[in-house]
Design a protein around this ligand. Sequence first.
Ligand SMILES: Cc1cc2nc3c(=O)[nH]c(=O)nc-3n(C[C@H](O)[C@H](O)[C@H](O)COP(=O)(O)OP(=O)(O)OC[C@H]3O[C@@H](n4cnc5c(N)ncnc54)[C@H](O)[C@@H]3O)c2cc1C
Length: 190
Amino acid sequence: MPYGIDQWEKDMAEMEIRRWLSQIGQWAPEVEFDRRLPPDEPIPMGELSPAAIDRVLYEAVNGRIGCHADGLTYVVPIFYAYDGHYIYGHTGEGMKVAMMRANPNVCFEVDHVTTLTDWESVIAWGRFEELAGTAAEEATQYLINRLKPLMDDQTITPSLEHTADAGKRKVVVYRIALDRRTGRYEKRQG
Ligand SMILES: Cc1cc2nc3c(=O)[nH]c(=O)nc-3n(C[C@H](O)[C@H](O)[C@H](O)COP(=O)(O)OP(=O)(O)OC[C@H]3O[C@@H](n4cnc5c(N)ncnc54)[C@H](O)[C@@H]3O)c2cc1C
């Protein structure tokens, strides 16, 4: 049976009741189980394989960088291109670049959501590296190739295309060398 809004509202109401029962010491979470699933049906959630993690990273073009410096944590959305090892991005001077220069160890998150019960997400850790010269030009070209199909005539094509030209605009081209990666998914049958 599809997991519809009625069931979701019922689950939310149940959760509120459980929270209240828990607060007054009348509910032990460890004896609870998901009653929507028959006991012999495998739980449709799990960990993505390394190949599936790679696929999610390749397919998406927007993700979130989590950075932390001087006691402040900052999560910021970006567009990117992935080549199997690195996340490539371009931006201007600002808070995220200042923070990543101060502490290059960052977290990167991407998700793909179809419905509330059909999604995949990847969380990875990596190191921010600022690019210059030929490396910046190649990264910019790679980004353009990846993002161009998603641009309309008015969007960021000019700024992206000028990024390799340091004389025109102060831009920062960077990559994040991904290290540890984890992936999870949920896929309930409709
Ligand atoms: C889907 C998506 C893709 C994006 N892709 C790119 C990209 O590829 N390159 C790029 O440079 N920018 C991109 N942006 C914009 C990006 O999220 C930042 O707004 C921008 O890069 C400026 O970041 P900064 O740290 O330099 O902010 P600054 O200009 O230094 O400003 C910092 C202040 O602005 C607030 N702020 C900054 N960004 C946001 C935000 N997105 N939402 C709410 N508050 C914000 C911060 O909380 C902080 O208070 C994208 C945004 C979205 C939603």
